[in-house]
Design a protein around this ligand. Structure first.
Ligand code: 8YV
Length: 313
């Protein structure tokens, strides 16, 4: 008998094929009446595959009395209630390491895109302004500048490594100094921002970091400073960010994540000092295959009764 699992968001076709081969897969995202689906099959579901952003809502969690494992296709656990999982004996796995490079790459890409005005330049060419000899404002240089990284975990470190060849002066904030990195540790985000030209957010989401980056950080960063966020929208006070951008109290932002995805504050849409992405830092074919394979491996290990590959709890 194949175990029943709930698939909260789509995965790559090849990964979904493997899921279908091994499980009875109930697709939450294609259901026309998801609550009815939960009513009908909730009592049989033993596993969930979900995304880091999507997680597991309390309504879903509570509708699955036989749930044994949540396999997150991502590294963030902030959208899953780990306390509830622990209390109910539900195992949770993520896909660490395999997405680090891509998220760091997109962090650097956003940093360059916003400082060099890549999207503005692209629109300028497409709209025929270049041919009409119109002027485009000068961009900002990144080589040799000061980079502040908020969150020196795996992804923060990978961003720092990529910034080194740009001769950037790197400092970071984390809960504590990180033992094996040589970059300057700055104990709080405001102090970090005041000594940064570029402020990159790479911290895990969740209560500990909620709205950690707000008005005072943007003030400390100043009108020549740029923000990049490849972590979670929840780490930023989004209203404060939007007003700082609209009023040009900071120079610009490159954003892959937002407080209420997929809703993006409409004030950002008309700004030329902002580069926007639809939460896709890990969305390359190579990485999504590797992530999907880890999800498959964790589910398989669980149902075979052998140790999980990448457990959180
Ligand atoms: C993914 C993420 O976009 O790793 C995470 O926590 O949020 C991203 O890598 C997501 O998990 C896929 O939905």
């Amino acid at each position: 008998m194949k175990p029943d699992i709930l698939l909260i968001e789509p995965m790559m076709a090849t990964i979904e094929q493997s899921l279908d081969q091994n499980y009875v897969v109930h697709r939450f995202f294609t259901s026309s009446d998801p609550m009815r689906l939960l009513n009908d099959v909730g009592g049989r579901i033993r596993g969930i595959a979900t995304g880091g952003g999507a997680g597991v809502s309390p309504a879903i969690f509570d509708a699955l009395p036989k749930l044994e494992i949540i396999a997150i296709n991502g590294v963030g656990t902030d959208a899953v209630d780990l306390n509830k999982a622990k209390a109910r004996g539900v195992r949770v796995t993520t896909t660490p390491n395999v997405l680090t490079d891509d998220v760091a790459d997109l962090g650097i890409a956003l940093l360059l895109a916003v400082s060099r005005g890549l999207c503005v330049g692209d629109r300028f060419v497409r709209d025929g302004h270049w041919a009409r000899q119109a002027a485009l404002p000068l961009a900002r240089k990144i080589t040799g500048k000061r980079l502040g990284i908020f969150g020196m975990g795996r992804i923060g470190r990978a961003i720092a490594r990529r910034a080194e060849p740009f001769d950037m002066k790197i400092a970071y904030t984390d809960l504590n100094p990180v033992a094996d990195v040589s970059y300057d540790f700055v104990p709080d985000a405001i102090a970090l921002a005041s000594r940064s030209d570029f402020f990159v957010i790479a911290a895990a989401g969740g209560p500990q970091s909620k709205s950690a980056i707000g008005h005072r950080v943007f003030e400390a960063l100043g009108p020549d400073g740029f923000v990049v966020n490849v972590a979670r929208g929840s780490v930023v006070d989004e209203e404060a960010l939007v007003s700082a951008l609209v009023e040009r109290r900071i120079a610009g932002a490159g954003l892959d994540v937002f407080a209420d995805e997929p809703n993006v504050p409409s004030a950002l849409l008309g700004l030329d000092n902002v580069v926007l992405q639809p939460h896709r830092a890990s969305a390359t074919i190579e990485t999504r295959i590797a992530m999907g394979e880890l999800v498959l491996a964790n589910l398989a290990a669980h149902f075979a009764g052998v140790p999980l590959k990448t457990p959180v709890i």
